[in-house]
Design a protein around this ligand. Structure first.
Ligand code: HEC
Length: 123
């Protein structure tokens, strides 16, 4: 009697083919949007010297609010955030620089990933 082994690789290939699309869809769903990734990189380069830019981090500059505090305030929306970042005159003197519109949208996209239900801003 011949063993059924030769069937196994074919079966494995079939299974892999059946599983692969959903596995890659799941990976795509977990991957952050490009704007979020770019916003995070921009923030790490230009904002992290003063602000806590990740969840539950404190700010190196105590005057600068941690970003999860900012985005979890009820008054913060994408609109208020983009407006603040667009109007250089609104910046505190410590932040006297301009950021281009695309970078602003990326930063805002990243910042809103820090919004969590039930988060209580510390200030
Ligand atoms: C040199 C320090 C410094 C850097 C760098 C800096 N900030 Fe700030 N930022 C501050 C301080 C200080 C405040 C708080 C000012 C105040 O409350 O009057 C602030 C406030 C803010 C606020 C408003 C917070 C609120 O209470 O509504 C936002 C939004 C913000 N910063 C975003 C950014 C972004 C985005 C970057 C990078 C592009 C950045 N900051 C870089 C010091 C800094």
């Amino acid at each position: 009697m011949k063993p059924a082994l030769p069937v196994l690789p074919a079966l494995a290939a079939l299974l892999a083919a059946a599983l692969t699309p959903s596995a890659s869809q799941a990976a795509a769903a977990n991957r952050p949007a490009p704007a979020v990734t770019r916003g995070a990189a921009f923030a790490a380069a230009h904002c992290a010297a003063c602000h806590g830019i990740t969840a539950n981090s404190s700010s190196p500059n105590p005057e600068a609010p941690p970003w999860d505090d900012i985005v979890n305030r009820p008054g913060t929306t994408a609109r208020t955030l983009v407006a603040f970042l667009t109007d250089a005159h609104n910046y505190p003197a410590a932040m006297d620089f301009t950021v281009d519109r695309r970078a602003i949208r990326n930063i805002a996209a990243y910042m809103f990933t820090l919004r969590k239900p039930g988060y209580k801003p510390t200030r």
